[in-house]
Design a protein around this ligand. Sequence first.
Ligand SMILES: [Zn+2]
Length: 260
Amino acid sequence: MKKWIILLLILAIGFWGFDASRSTSTTDKHPQQNLHIFHGDLRLINNQFAVDETTIPNDIKLATEVVQYAEISDATTEISKRLAQHLNAMLKDAHEEGITNFAINSGFRDFHTQQSVFDQFGGNVALPAGYSEHNSGLAVDIGSTSGPMGVSDEGKWLAQNAWRYGFILRYPEGKTDITGIAFEPWHFRYVGLPHSEVMFTEQWVLEEYIAYLQSNGFYKTTNGTMISYYPSIEDAQEAVKNLSDYELSGDNQQGIIITK
Ligand SMILES: [Zn+2]
C-alpha cells in the first residue's frame, strides 16, 4: 500500500513539474521546455500553416493598459504583454525622433473573433480562424493618424527601423505571390533578433527565410550568430545536448531552428 502512495506522489510531483515548465515564456532560455514544432517566434503562420491552439499566450491584456506612445483605435483591442514591451521600445525611439502619430488598430485576436472577421469580410480580406498571425499574439497592425501607412512618416520609419526591435514588415510590396497577402504596410510580425535583421538585409519574407533554412540547413550572420535548422525534434534534441545559451523555435511544420 505504501509503495502505491509513494508512486502516486512521484507521479504527482512529476506532473506538476511538467505543467509548471509548460507555462514558461517561449522567449526565455529554457530550451528543453521549448523543443516544440508549433511554438516559438519563428513559426510560419499563413494560409497553409495554422496557429496551434495550445500555443495561445497567457499574457493577453487590453492594449489600453500595456501599449505606450500610440493611440488605441478600439478600446477592446487586446495584445500580448510581451509583444507590447517590444512595441513600446520601438515606438519610444520613434517618438524621440519626432515620429509620433501612431495608432494601434489590431493586436491579438482569439479564434472566435478571427472567424467573425472572416465570415464578415471574406477570404480576400481576412483569413479563417487559426490561420492569421493575429491569433498567435505575435502580430500587430500599426496605423498612422497622419495618413495612410504606405506614405506616412510613421509607415516609412517602421519600414526602415522595425527590424532593430525584432519586427518584420510581414507582407511587403512585390512578395504577394509568396505570402499570398497583398501589401500591408501596417502589419508587423515579431520574430526577434537577429532574424528580423537577416530578413531585412536579405529582403526575405518569412516564407523565404524558413525555406532557406530548411534547404540550406543554416544561416550565419555577419557577427557570427549561427542559425541552424533541424528537420525533426529528435535531431534538435541531439544537437542541443552539448549546447548552452541558445534559443529555439519551431517552424510550425516539422522542424526546429536553433539560434546560437
Ligand atoms: Zn494584421
